[in-house]
Design a protein around this ligand. Structure first.
Ligand code: DUC
Ligand code: ZN
Ligand code: ZN
Ligand code: ZN
Length: 503
């Protein structure tokens, strides 16, 4: 076969193995055609010499907010996906977000399609955020979205006045999604706990950004996570808890997984690398802590970080996403919104951090590729699972994205050999349209040298962005797989025949 591109001298890594040195990748028409040795080349074959570096599948970031109405100073599809490829991510799944007044999802989807089409540097899909799950939407619209549009996952919120659903609504969605083979993602924090604490903090004039972390204690995440798991258990529905930050909440997930419930969990780079002291800001400028306001908040204790890293290594987490949901800091409508007439008001600061570009390198930096084996936090195959493969399987992209195997899209990261890619993260190197990175000054052991999307180099660290806006394709996704446990469980304390009495 006459290949378009051959990648030589790389060490290929998949979700299950680090393949022997010396294997070559033959790429044709945007797909991986062949893995072999001494592949034939012709005058038209482009050759990339990886110089002994690792080659991993392109990243899939399955939790990204772009051009969402509720963050008017955030990234749009162009700037967000540009930032993605510069950091090794070749696929993003972002949100089309229903607002409470929307009684149909179709116009919402059209709106998000208009904003994204021909704008992206990488491939992309949508999850739907449901804030008003009417019977018509659940019965008539979700099946059409899944079949026709390839949108096979939804996110819902248990908190935020304008988004939150009650338990009955959560249950209805879980039952509907289960029926359709869709995955339900849940933002689990206790709304009533948080709103009561916020009231008290404001009454006592404790309104610096730091009090955001006080307002959303771990117990609020722990309680809501346990409740979300219980609701999913009753519905016997696959579910994923997004952006988990708390040790106890994760122990609820681990317990559910031990009982073979199909409960998945996601965490994000900021919970693994940053602590709540960041929200205190600079000594001379407390308000700059606003840059680190996200929900759930950064946690107080190194012990939290260690517990999360354990769950990264031991398989409890299924996905590792950026939750890129930034707002500019120094910009009208941005994070300065929280400064009202010279008085800081943490409850007005838009929630969310930038991170689409730094996600993959931060995690790769903790593997044996960048650290002595005894200091590594996770193996290279586990890195691949978390950075890409598991998201592909969970969200219906398996067979196309997320692995290095014949027939898959040729989406790749070629790293620098040895320690040549060591990098200090800094805002001036970022490609987002945000005025800061929360990871300023963090050192990573490597950075993507090349990002390849469907066989085309789109990022070359020497030249910068070499891909084109509009090259990204919309991904109609299939049904996701259950990666943990199984369905068909009977809820605790219920006899099998009792379900039939009420279902
Ligand atoms: N939830 C998210 O998923 N992203 C940003 C803020 C939030 O609450
Ligand atoms: Zn959320
Ligand atoms: Zn202060
Ligand atoms: Zn999010």
């Amino acid at each position: 076969m006459d290949f378009d591109l051959v990648v030589k001298n790389g060490i290929l890594v998949t979700a299950s193995e680090v393949l022997p040195e010396g294997l070559e990748l033959g790429i044709k028409d945007g797909k991986i055609a062949c893995i072999g040795t001494s592949l034939p080349t012709s005058s038209t074959t482009k050759i990339i010499d990886a110089e002994g570096a690792y080659v991993t599948p392109g990243g899939i970031d399955s939790h990204v907010h772009l051009a969402q109405k509720n963050s008017p100073t955030g990234d749009n599809w162009e700037t967000g996906t540009r930032s993605a490829i510069a950091g090794g991510t070749t696929t993003v799944i972002a949100f089309a977000s229903q607002q409470k007044a929307d009684t149909s999802l179709y116009p919402v989807l059209e709106d998000y399609q208009e904003k994204s089409v021909n704008q992206t540097y990488c491939d992309y899909g949508f999850h739907f955020i449901l804030t008003n799950p009417t019977p018509e939407i659940l019965r008539d619209e979700l099946p059409v979205l899944a079949e026709r549009e390839g949108i096979t996952s939804v996110k819902l919120y248990m908190t935020y006045e304008l988004m939150k659903l009650n338990d009955r609504e959560v249950l209805r969605i879980l039952f509907a999604c289960k029926q359709l083979g869709m995955t339900t993602m849940i933002h689990a924090e206790s709304h009533d706990m948080i709103s009561m604490i916020i009231e008290g903090l404001e009454r006592n004039k404790n309104t610096d950004p730091y009090f955001h972390a006080v307002a959303r204690p771990r117990i609020a995440e722990d309680e809501a996570s346990y409740r979300a798991i219980s609701l999913a258990e009753l519905a016997d529905a696959p579910m994923l808890i997004v952006h988990m930050s708390s040790d106890v909440a994760i122990s609820h997930v681990r317990d559910a997984q031990t009982r073979l419930l199909p409960i998945h969990a996601e965490t994000c780079p900021h919970y693994l690398f940053l602590l709540s002291e960041k929200i205190k800001g600079e000594p001379h400028d407390h308000f700059s802590g606003a840059k680190h306001v996200c929900s759930p908040p950064l946690r107080h204790d190194v012990k939290d970080l260690d517990a999360l890293w354990q769950s990264i290594a031991n398989g409890t987490f299924t996905t590792f996403s950026s939750d890129h949901a930034p707002s500019k800091y120094d910009h009208p409508g941005g994070k300065r919104l929280g400064m009202v007439d010279g008085i800081p008001r943490f409850s007005k600061i838009p929630n969310g951090l930038p991170g689409i570009e730094t996600r993959v390198a931060l995690l790769f930096g903790e593997t044996p590729a960048c650290r002595p084996a005894e200091e590594a936090r996770l193996s290279l195959p586990r890195f691949v699972q978390l950075a890409t493969t598991n998201a592909a399987k969970l969200y219906g992209l398996d067979g196309k994205k997320g692995s290095i195997a014949p027939g898959y899209d040729a989406d790749l990261i070629i790293w620098h050999p040895g320690d040549k890619g060591a990098t200090t993260i800094t805002q001036s190197n970022m490609h987002h349209d945000i005025d800061y990175t929360p990871f300023e000054g963090v050192q990573v052991g490597n950075w993507p040298r090349y990002t390849i999307l469907r066989g085309e180099v789109v990022w070359d660290q020497e030249k910068g962005i070499v891909g084109q806006k509009g090259f990204g394709q919309y991904l109609k996704r299939g049904k996701g797989q259950v990666l943990v446990g199984k369905t068909g469980n009977v809820p605790r304390g219920m006899k099998p025949e009792e379900r039939q009495y009420w279902l």
